[in-house]
Each structure stands twice: as structure tokens, then as C-alpha cells.
Ligand binder design. Structure first.
Ligand SMILES: *Cc1c(COP(=O)(O)O)cnc(C)c1O
Length: 398
């Protein structure tokens, strides 16, 4: 092990850069995309329908609606629920901005609520204080793939007549008391963005057991037209359609669905790989006092999407930010999930949020580093990450 950090011109732990994330795309996916291109039907059609059917079987949910992103799916759901000016929607500050942007797009008011230190998920004990007569929805993000405390969140929602939407962008494959995340409350949305547990390049899926919400969402997905466009051009359809609502252009293509169909078949394998890698990570990092990891709650079986560690840099001569830079120089790809939304200029300006508003989110933000995690990683890769962390801690301990 080099006794100089790469950032100070020492030799990096790895010769080649370890990517932070990498999609697992095999020959099967490539062939299915080619078959779709050759079929002559490229946009929403039979493959999207198949993908929705397979998703229903996998999740045991009654309705599945393929869309072009998780963001779009959540936008449609909020719109279908008539979220409007004057309404309040509760969200964690530790999610991706698009989920909360949706609330602003509908002229409603985002209300942030703080998280738990153990898993960075919404702290149910804080929710009651955030609920007013204007609250309509709670968006529960399953951070890193670790399921939220859904029994408590659902029960608070029930007591206050609120709808719960699960932001399951990180957590396809994760279960909570035997149920798939995304299907535990009124509705949920998956993401198939390029980095997620399974991918269609860009894409998403709405899940719900509520038929009325599903029908409305299906309509809003394609311009508010009362029939799926693809049916209009087949012999079972007709040229006639009605525009009955103000909808969006949020449909998924059959090219994307072709990818999704193959990826979904591999999800349980990906989950197992991710789990094994996380266990190896935990073992490799266990003897470092400065590093702690997130806790899985009882009754949950997560499909880990990212592997965030918490680094206590108070005993180090460098800050966590400098530590992250030094890790990159050791050729370890890293990221951070997330910069708390209430500290972003958009929300500081529109909602007048400020430092100090959500102390737990701010505390963990000072500590979090997301380490690489994807099925193609090897134990050697994890050894390199752990050795790089150990090297830097030993070099920079006060
Ligand atoms: C990726 C992500 C989204 C957005 O997903 P898209 O499919 O890119 O719209 C939403 N929430 C979380 C927590 C995410 O990580």
C-alpha cells in the first residue's frame, strides 16, 4: 500500500478507474431491441403491454402503467389525484429533485419532513407535525432500496385521509413484509433510468390496485386521449378518439419495453448479486471506526440500489468533501445521494427553506458517500474500495 495519497501524487490504489455505476446489458437485451426494430412497431404497442403484464405478475399488483420516466409517472399520479394550488404534499428532502419539482409544476406546495439516521427514510414520528388541513399526499421514497416504515406511514395517512405514493425509483425488487415496494400503499412508481436496478435507458412504471386511478393515469400518459393510440391503427381499433383531459406525452416505447422485459427476468439474479456485494462491503469495512453503514429494518428484504456509507470525518485532518476528492484520485468512482433538497436554490427561493430546517438530513449529508454497487462488480473491486478508504483514513487521521 502506497504511503502517499494519489491526490498528493502517490500511486493510486487501482490502476484503472472503477466506475460508480454500470448497466448490465447482455446479448438477450440487444437481440430483443433488434427484434423490436425489425418488427416495424417502435412506439407504445405489444411489448409495452407485455412489460406491464409481466410487471403485474412480478409485483402481484393489479395495475401497471408503463411511462417514459419515474418523474413522469409521479407527475401523472399527482395530476390524477387533482393536486392543485393550495394543496400540500409531504416529501423527504433526501430524494431526487424531480419528485418535488412535480409538486411545484402543479402549483401545490412541497412540505419537507426529516429522515431517520439509520436508513435515511422518512421518520414517521415527525409526520403528524407536518400535516395540515391542506395536506393531500405523502410521497415515501425508499432510499437506497431500503423500504420505509410503511405500516406507520400508511396508518398516519389513513388517520388523516391522505394518499401515499411510494417513490420506488431505488427499490424495484425490495420487499416489505412480503410485499413489493411500490405496491404497499395507494400507488407507487419505479424508475428504469440507466443507473437503476433494472433499466430501459429511460423509463418508469406506475403501480396501483386502484382501477380508477389507473384508468386516469393511463389516459394522462398519452395526451388525455380516451383510447391507446396504437389500438387506433390496428384492426381492432378505429380512427376515432376523444381528448377528454389535459394530458401529457409520457408513454413508453416498445424499444424501451423490449429492454425492460429482459431486464425484469434478471432482476432476482441482480438482487442476489447486489446483496452478496453489500455483505462483502459490510465485512470489509467493519473494522473501520470512522465508517458506518445503513441498517435494514426488520421485515424488509431490500434490493440494494446504492451502497451509501457514513464517514465521520471529525477525527481526520481533511473534510469529507476532500476525502471524496481523494477517493476519486485513488481511482474509485463515488457519488452522493442526495444533497438535501431544502438546501437547493430552487427550494430556498420558492419555499424559503434554510440551513437548520432538517437537522438529520443535514447531518447525514455531511457524512454520506455512495460507493460503487452493480452486479458486474467483483470482490476484488470491493477490496480496492475498502483499501482506498483505509489508506486515506490512516494517512489523514489527526
Ligand atoms: C432516479 C430517481 C428518480 C427519478 O427517476 P427518473 O426515471 O429518472 O424520472 C426519482 N426518485 C429517486 C429517489 C431517484 O433516484
Amino acid at each position: 500500500m502506497s504511503d502517499t495519497a494519489a491526490i498528493e501524487n502517490g500511486t493510486p490504489i487501482r490502476k484503472e478507474f472503477l466506475q460508480f455505476c454500470k448497466a448490465s446489458i447482455g446479448e438477450e437485451e440487444i437481440n430483443e431491441v433488434i427484434n423490436t426494430l425489425k418488427s416495424g412497431w417502435l412506439t407504445t404497442g405489444p411489448r409495452c403491454l407485455d412489460f406491464e403484464e409481466e410487471m403485474k405478475k412480478y409485483t402481484k399488483c393489479k395495475e401497471a402503467i408503463a411511462v417514459n420516466s419515474c418523474t413522469a409517472g409521479a407527475h401523472i399520479l399527482l395530476k390524477a389525484l387533482n393536486i392543485n394550488q393550495g394543496d400540500e404534499v409531504i416529501s423527504t428532502p433526501m430524494t431526487f429533485t424531480s419528485m418535488v419539482n412535480n409538486i411545484l409544476h402543479l402549483k401545490a406546495k412541497p412540505i419537507f419532513s426529516d429522515v431517520k439516521e439509520t436508513d435515511i427514510n422518512l421518520d414517521p414520528d415527525l409526520l403528524n407535525d407536518k400535516i395540515t388541513k391542506n395536506t393531500k399526499v405523502i410521497i415515501a421514497t425508499h432510499y437506497a432500496g431500503l423500504p420505509c416504515d410503511m405500516d406507520k406511514i400508511n396508518s398516519i395517512a389513513k388517520d388523516n385521509n391522505l394518499v401515499v405514493i411510494e417513490d420506488a425509483a431505488h427499490s424495484i425488487g425490495s420487499t416489505y413484509k412480503g410485499k413489493h415496494t411500490g405496491t404497499i400503499s395507494d400507488a407507487g412508481v419505479y424508475s428504469f433510468y440507466a443507473t437503476k436496478n433494472i433499466t430501459t435507458g429511460e423509463g418508469g412504471m406506475i403501480l396501483t390496485d386502484n382501477e380508477e386511478l389507473a384508468n386516469k393515469s393511463r389516459m394522462l400518459r398519452l395526451h388525455g386521449i380516451s383510447k391507446d393510440a396504437w389500438k387506433r391503427y390496428t384492426k381492432e381499433g378505429s380512427w376515432y378518439y376523444e381528448v377528454v383531459d389535459l394530458g401529457y406525452k409520457y408513454n413508453m416505447t416498445d424499444i424501451q419495453a423490449a429492454l425492460g422485459l429482459v431486464q425484469l427476468k434478471k432482476l432476482e439474479y441482480f438482487k442476489e448479486k447486489r446483496r452478496t456485494l453489500v455483505e462483502y462491503y459490510k465485512k470489509s469495512l467493519a473494522d473501520i471506526d470512522e465508517v458506518s453503514t445503513l441498517k435494514e429494518s426488520e421485515g424488509t428484504n431490500p434490493c440494494w440500489h446504492i451502497f451509501p456509507i457514513k464517514l465521520d470525518a471529525s477525527g481526520l485532518k481533511i473534510s469529507k468533501q476532500e476525502f471524496m476528492q481523494a477517493l476519486i484520485k485513488e481511482n474509485i468512482g463515488i457519488s452522493l445521494h442526495f444533497i438535501p433538497l431544502h438546501l437547493q436554490p430552487l427550494f430556498r427561493n420558492t419555499l424559503k427553506t434554510k440551513e437548520g430546517d432538517f437537522p438529520v438530513a443535514e447531518k447525514v449529508y455531511q457524512q454520506l458517500i455512495s460507493l460503487p454497487l452493480y452486479p458486474e462488480m467483483t470482490n476484488q473491486d470491493i477490496d480496492d474500495v475498502a483499501n482506498a478508504i483505509k489508506k486515506l483514513i490512516n494517512l489523514y487521521r489527526k
